[in-house]
Write a protein that binds this ligand. Sequence first.
Ligand SMILES: Nc1ncnc2c1ncn2[C@@H]1O[C@H](COP(=O)(O)OP(=O)(O)OP(=O)(O)O)[C@@H](O)[C@H]1O
Ligand SMILES: [Mg+2]
Length: 339
Amino acid sequence: MVAFGIASFALFIVLQFKSVRKSISLCCSTKNTANNAPPPLPADLPICPSVEEEKKRVHKEKTGKCALVINDLTKTFGGYTAVNELCLAVDRRECFGLLGVNGAGKTTTFNILTGQSFATSGEATIGGRDVTELVAIGYCPQYDALLPDMTGRETLEILAQMHGFDHYKEKVELVLKCVGMEGNANKRIRYCSGGQKRKISVGVALLSPTQLIILDEPTAGVDPQARREIWELLLWCRENSKSAIVLTSHSMDECEALCSRIAVLNKGQVIAIGTSQDLKSLYGNNYTMILTLNNDEQREDIVKRVAEKIPKSVFKTAETNRTLNLKWQTKPNEPLTNT
Ligand SMILES: Nc1ncnc2c1ncn2[C@@H]1O[C@H](COP(=O)(O)OP(=O)(O)OP(=O)(O)O)[C@@H](O)[C@H]1O
Ligand SMILES: [Mg+2]
């Protein structure tokens, strides 16, 4: 028993050294994935000029006062590049969105920022300190990391006390109210629904008095009303707190509602960066037309007439979908016929 205790203590001390943790992490990621990792995929979408501008801003170190600076961050698993020379800076009090499809590299980036894994190359700093120094941040992980036998209220109260808040109970009640969990605050986490756990995780992240709060898909799995409430809460934080917020999402709507700037991630690379308006001008090259019918009997006639009037429009409502809202997509400047 004594020997086990001494060995554990020695291991604990050894793991405090960054170089040791880094070697173990890199060794494990290479070993686990060397045999079954797919080859790196070439980027298949053009990279917009704003990405190069952001790179220059980061490289020329014009980012001294930024909350987060990511400089040529790369993460490979065996031969697979999950994050490819990521370069961006998030200003203080900015709400920044990382938008990307499944497997784009969002969570891998967050794992590096939170010290759960090490970058293969490049660096990231939070408030000027390297992330490998385990800088304190508010973090809502993609998969809720909550203790199942505690209630939501207990979870938040313990964290609030660890953060050293004077009136921690009041703070916790406020957070519970903001995330809409007052009614379920005394339920054990193991009995909470997926959406309820998500709300507690968002609360945990927002409770942290840190200069950076990162949220990995904060609204995944929550119902539309709760989603709106979380959006309102994040907007309130954006306006009133001193923290910068970085969130990931699959939804342009979400990023547009919350973020002052958005980076689009594709196969580990940033392919565009800017405001939602910048991105819409870049990629929004389709118009959508929605017509609402009075009754289903008009459907065939309307579909026929639209096809005659805008021949190149694409009818997007499935034949089996008997909705009264019919949707078409068309390119800008599509010629209309005179029929
Ligand atoms: N430990 C690992 N070993 C091997 N490959 C990994 C590992 N972690 C992530 N990957 C790969 O890296 C790529 C990026 O994964 P990541 O989880 O960062 O994507 P994501 O953008 O968060 O996707 P999602 O929207 O589905 O959460 C994926 O192809 C994934 O399979
Ligand atoms: Mg993810």
